[in-house]
Write a protein that binds this ligand. Structure first.
Ligand code: TNX
Length: 480
């Protein structure tokens, strides 16, 4: 009951108070409740795990014992990222296709809490690439901050974190052959408003990669080129067209800087950076940017990409680029990341028809840096406002003519950091829209339902409050 200006209003909750087996985000592929078979986890409940599952079992925070009532198993006939969760009156059996599938099953189990509703969940993702992106260039976040963010992403079965490591305002990854990149362009006064200095050492980057891998998340490093490179030119003026010193930039403009396609030194630099980043990164992808090259003549853009797009492959990686790269000839394994917010894209459709895979990140549905509404203190609005419902209520396979389900590698939710100054700011824009996009990327096509989602989402409010996580208490949700 709440009291407003002397009047009494009773707050009715349409939502049942007892937890249902389907109260999980993202919604599982199949849920068969058995109301007769609830299981309660007590402090004495133990976990038994086959040896290959011992490491993931630790994520349940329960004692391990050979005869534990919660059993972790593997069954390689299940999909690799899939799992089956069977909750009976006297036992819980979680079977994964791989340890990764088990890990996602553990996230489901944790969301269900300690009073587990009985029944069977059988689950597997729609897309193999379910991504989030964090921009460390416009505002730097430390290795510990990135790790804490990874923990939150894993709860929603996100399996890729794309790190935007370089841009006009800063360079955030140590490259041993080019020390001024981080000494100068990672130092004091870098970032938007000069408020986001810092960089990852090689050891810190490796520690993020390892921490992510323990959570079955792949780090996707991005070195943005040939545009978005003012920080490179500040550090190494010899890479500019005229060799003259360049002033650092702390504003949020885009499209004014470019590597020089006709300069041989450009390619020595680029190859050295790509080799270094590839060597540091066990995951299969290396993102080379390619967006918003408004000051690169189209012919130069083609020349540059023709030489650079094969380089990740040379060092064992698959190149990803923002969708502008689809205007050029793409090596076979190249992945195109679509980010525009309106209209068609004949280039991306042509790339898809030629067999290239696409990651969907349309700005009007997935950009976490768009404001929720006109009152949102943080974020931008060039792609409009992004409510929780808009982030939820779209389908990646219906988005672009000529780019259907068979062309999609997955979905990503990018968070650009021009307006961000703290982890609380990151969380505020991430929650609760990231869970909405995670469901778009995981749950079966056609299974999504806004009324169901908003009801399931409401239960996360108290959990986020208890965990000290900042989130937007969107008026679209009847928060518990
Ligand atoms: C566009 S989307 C950009 C970024 C900005 C972002 C802000 C894309 C590939 N590039 O440089 O940070 O808008 O929303």
């Amino acid at each position: 009951m709440v009291i407003v200006m002397g009047k009494q209003f009773r707050v009715f909750r349409v939502r049942p108070q007892t937890k249902q087996l389907s109260d999980v985000i993202p919604l599982p592929a199949s849920v068969r409740p058995d109301p007769a078979a609830n299981f309660t986890i007590t402090p004495g409940t133990a976990v038994s795990a086959v040896p290959e599952a011992a490491a993931v079992a630790a994520f349940l925070d329960l004692p391990i014992s050979a005869d534990g009532a919660i059993r972790l198993r593997l069954d390689e006939t299940l999909p690799a990222e899939g799992y089956r969760l069977e909750i009976a009156a006297d036992s819980v059996t979680l079977t994964g296709g791989t340890p990764q599938g088990l890990f996602w099953g553990i996230q489901t189990l944790r969301q269900l809490g300690s009073d587990l509703p009985g029944g069977v969940i059988e689950d597997a993702p729609r897309y193999p690439y379910r991504g989030a992106m964090l921009d460390l260039a416009r505002h730097f976040f430390t290795a510990d901050e990135v790790k804490a963010h990874l923990d939150l992403l894993a709860q929603f079965k996100i399996n890729h974190l794309h790190l935007h490591l370089t841009d006009d305002q800063g360079w955030r990854l140590e490259i041993p052959g080019w020390p001024r990149l981080t000494e100068v362009s990672g130092g004091a006064g870098t970032g938007v408003d000069g408020a986001g200095p810092g960089f990852l050492t090689l050891a810190e980057y490796a520690s993020i990669v390892a921490y992510a891998a323990e959570r079955f998340i792949t780090i996707v490093p991005e070195i943005d080129m040939p545009g978005h490179v003012n920080a490179v030119h500040v550090a190494y003026p010899e890479l500019t067209a005229d060799g003259q010193p360049v002033a650092p930039r702390t504003d949020a403009e885009v499209g004014y800087s470019s590597l020089v396609a006709g300069l041989e030194e450009t390619y020595a630099f680029v190859e050295d950076v790509i080799k270094t980043v590839a060597d540091l990164t066990p995951g299969p992808y290396l993102h080379i940017g390619g967006d918003e090259c408004l000051s690169t003549p189209p012919e130069d853009y083609r020349t540059f990409l023709a030489r650079v797009l094969p380089l990740p492959g040379k060092y064992g990686k698959r190149a990803i680029g923002w969708h502008e790269i689809a205007a050029t000839d793409l090596p076979e394994s190249t992945v195109v990341q679509y980010w525009r917010f309106e209209g068609e894209s004949p280039d991306v459709a042509r790339a898809a028809a030629a067999g290239r895979q696409v990651i969907m990140a349309p700005a009007d549905r997935t950009y976490l840096d768009m404001k929720y509404d006109a009152d949102t203190r943080l974020g931008l609005d060039w792609a409009g406002h992004l409510s929780v419902e808009r982030a939820y209520d779209w389908d990646p396979a219906d988005r672009l003519p000529g780019v259907g389900e068979e062309s999609l590698l997955g979905v990503e939710a990018p968070l650009w950091s021009e307006t961000l100054r703290s982890v609380a700011d990151v969380q505020y824009l991430t929650f609760p829209r990231l869970p909405a996009i995670a469901e778009v990327a995981w749950s079966p096509r056609g299974s999504r339902d806004w009324a169901s989602f908003r009801s399931r989402l409401a239960a996360f409010g108290p959990r986020w409050d208890a965990a000290g996580i900042t989130y937007h208490r969107s008026p679209e949700i009847d928060w518990l």
